[in-house]
Design a binder for this molecule. Structure first.
Ligand SMILES: [Zn+2]
Length: 105
């Protein structure tokens, strides 16, 4: 039996892998919902606002699964492949910090 604190503790690889596996399954189900289809209908990337077409949008996790993010409506946005790749494993706060750092240099 897994204790909640074990499941959520950072650095426990097994717990993170399990979390990612569960949330990927939830993501597959979420992709089939009318809600997600409405999100991608415009074909616009949440990050760069380019119109790339619904078929080219990926489901991006705002807080990445590997960082304990979940496949829920509040945590997924449509992203073009370039933005999804660029974002990688960073959280929104880290992305903002990177942007501030980039501007400062
Ligand atoms: Zn984009």
């Amino acid at each position: 039996m897994t204790q909640p604190e074990q499941f959520y503790s950072l650095g426990d690889d097994d717990a993170i892998r399990r979390h990612i596996r569960i949330e990927r399954e939830s993501g597959k189900k979420l992709r089939k919902t009318a809600w997600w289809k409405a999100q991608i209908q415009k074909g616009e990337c949440h990050f760069c606002h380019q119109l790339v077409g619904a078929e080219n949008l990926t489901m991006d996790h705002v807080v990445p699964l590997a960082r304990k993010g979940k496949s829920t409506r509040g945590n997924v946005v449509p992203a073009c492949q370039a933005c999804n790749r660029n974002k990688n494993l960073t959280t929104p706060v880290e992305t903002i910090l990177d942007q501030i750092r980039d501007k400062a240099t």
